[in-house]
Design a protein around this ligand. Structure first.
Ligand SMILES: C[S@@+](CC[C@H](N)C(=O)[O-])C[C@H]1O[C@@H](n2cnc3c(N)ncnc32)[C@H](O)[C@@H]1O
Length: 406
């Protein structure tokens, strides 16, 4: 059996009876140096102790063999092992069979308790991938967020991201070594915090204030929220397109011919845990997509510099890598690419294709005749000054085909 035991900064004394019993029966104790040090030498004295190697997943993958023949392996994790902890990695890689989890209080729960913030009113942001921009979608006036960090510079980098986007007035609370003897809580603002370092183990709590741009998570961000060269699905059409794609947490989108990446980026912002690949053959645009993803707080967007459909081959090496949704926004000359895309979709998948040319329309009309689906014409006009008056300036008419596969 593999038992994942959460342990707080207050260490052994606060462990539950169940957790202590699990540790006492261990043949092997695995954990970070810090967690292993929290178990007194006379507890689990018979157990071998192993610290995580540089590549944690190497030892994770070895765990089933180490737990064979009735051996008890106890993995120590900080706080709640399933809150962005090693418990999550273990379940992802090994499945849940033969795995038991005994949580301790998470650092998130401790932070909410210290701040007296009801947990349900707080967004949990994990910046453990070391990219502070991940906090950007939470930068909305009044929003409360607790950011899990990546070491002493987390607070300074989160503060800088908030400042750079016009939210320097935000309340910023740094919560160090929560639950430990050296716990320290420092009140500040994103502006005042500056570049100070904090303890290696800290959380950053933000209560957002300021007059930065109001960017929602519902699709349809203004076009100028993105860096682009004109190759962008415009705001109104983009909102309709994302409604048809249906962002769902955990699901994967391929944005084929991604241009500025706006559709993939909005897909990621709309559904936590959603995944996306932007495929773009133009190098400068591919680089721009990566910049847009960072600026808008979704650095997990995977950008593939290559041409569709050839680029598809490197994307699929397991059923989980098949897309749940595909967007074709880059124009269609023939039906070849469309057919290849339909072949890639998972059951229940959605394909949405937008075109502005007569030739493209013909491809979509034929596709609808063959497969069914919904064909929509989107004609948008915006009011603009005309002489001393106001006139309607029409955008190019977009024809959209939407299909859900079974
Ligand atoms: C990989 S996450 C794991 C979170 C953990 N599973 C939990 O429940 O608290 C690690 C990050 O959580 C935060 N963290 C964990 N324990 C903490 C503590 N006692 N005090 C402050 N921050 C803590 C730090 O930001 C650290 O970099």
């Amino acid at each position: 059996m593999i038992t994942v035991v959460g342990i707080g900064a207050d260490g052994w004394p606060s462990l539950s009876a169940e957790a202590r019993a699990a540790v006492a029966q261990a043949d092997l104790l695995v954990g970070g140096e810090r967690q292993l040090d929290l178990v007194p030498p006379d507890e689990a004295s018979a157990a071998e102790r192993r610290a995580w190697p540089k590549r944690l997943t190497e030892l994770v993958d070895e765990l089933p063999a180490l737990a064979a023949d009735g051996r008890e392996v106890v993995v120590l994790a900080s706080g709640d092992p399933l809150l962005h902890g090693v418990g999550t990695t273990i379940l992802q890689r090994l499945g849940d069979d033969g795995v038991r989890v005994i949580p301790a209080v998470s650092s998130f729960a401790l932070a909410c308790a210290r701040l007296r913030w009801p947990a349900s009113s707080v967004e949990l942001v994990s910046a453990t991938s070391r990219i502070a921009e991940i906090v950007v979608p939470a930068l909305q006036p009044g929003r409360r967020a607790v950011v899990l960090g990546f070491g002493p510079t987390t607070a300074a980098r989160v503060a800088r991201v908030a400042r750079e986007r016009g939210f320097g007035a935000s309340r910023l609370v740094v919560l160090e070594e929560l639950g430990g003897a050296t716990e320290r809580i420092v009140e500040s603002t994103a502006q005042e915090w500056g570049e100070r370092e904090a303890a290696a183990l800290h959380l950053v709590a933000l209560e957002v204030r300021g007059d930065g741009p109001l960017l929602g998570r519902a699709p349809g961000l203004p076009d100028d929220a993105f860096e682009h060269d004109g190759q962008i699905t415009k705001r109104d059409v983009r909102a309709v397109t994302l409604a048809a794609l249906v962002p769902v947490p955990g699901q994967l989108l391929w944005d084929v011919g991604a241009g500025s990446g706006s559709v993939a980026i909005e897909w990621l912002r709309a559904a936590p845990g959603a995944r996306a690949v932007a495929i773009e053959r133009n190098q400068a645009r591919a680089e721009r997509i990566a910049r847009n993803a960072l600026t808008l707080g979704v650095p997990r967007l995977r950008v593939v510099h290559g041409a569709a459909p050839d680029a598809f081959d490197e994307l699929v090496d397991g059923p989980d890598e098949r897309p749940d949704a595909i967007f074709l926004g880059g124009g269609l000359r023939g039906s070849g690419l469309l057919t290849r895309c339909l072949g890639q979709l998972k059951p229940g998948g959605r394909l949405v294709a937008n075109v502005v040319t007569v030739e493209g329309e013909r491809v979509l009309a034929d596709a609808r005749a063959e497969h069914g689906g919904r064909l929509t014409r989107l004609a948008v006009a915006h009011a603009e000054p005309l002489g001393g008056f106001t006139g309607w300036r029409p955008a190019m008419t977009v024809t959209q085909w939407e299909l859900r596969v079974r």
